[in-house]
Design a protein around this ligand. Structure first.
Ligand code: TYD
Length: 141
């Protein structure tokens, strides 16, 4: 059974430091392992709220703590890991078939997400039991 968590990784984007402020940049294929079709972002997340809580059949993402910090719990059905994101020039790559939950948002935090697909509710697995069963049955590649 494939371990998807091993495919999750932190991508560090280039930063141009300057006394006037830092500049980070992201160049399509040079820094992101998929073609970006969509970006979305979470902001004004109330303290104690959890976002995510789903896996995807096809969608890949890179999640960036553009401001503030939060934890991302990743789970491939066999193993879980907790990743702390608090750098605007770091991104967490998550391949398909990995359950994710975003939690412990600091005040004024922004979770900026680069996604490989347009929004498609049919790509979501929103029930953890269904996710576990798909992993167990090998429905997920
Ligand atoms: P969802 O992906 O469940 O949010 P999160 O995982 O960040 O907590 O999406 C919440 C709602 O927003 C859901 O009704 C679908 C809608 N939505 C869109 O319409 N377009 C999008 O690009 C995204 C990410 C969500």
């Amino acid at each position: 059974m494939p371990m998807k968590i091993g495919k999750c990784k932190i991508i560090k984007f280039p930063v141009i430091s300057d006394p006037r402020g830092n500049l980070a940049f992201i160049e399509g294929k040079n820094h992101i392992p998929f073609d970006v079709k969509r970006v979305y972002y979470l902001y004004d997340v109330p303290s104690g709220a959890t976002r995510g809580g789903h896996a995807h059949k096809k969608m890949e993402v890179v999640i960036i703590a553009l401001s503030g910090s939060f934890h991302v719990k990743i789970d491939d059905g066999l193993k879980t890991e907790l990743i702390f994101l608090n750098r605007p020039h770091w991104g967490l790559y998550i391949p398909p078939s990995v359950w994710r939950e975003l939690e412990d948002f600091s005040s004024n935090s922004i979770a900026f997400v680069l996604a490989s697909t347009f929004y498609d509710e049919g790509d979501y697995i929103r029930q953890h039991e269904v996710f576990k069963k798909m992993v167990h049955d090998g429905t997920y590649k």
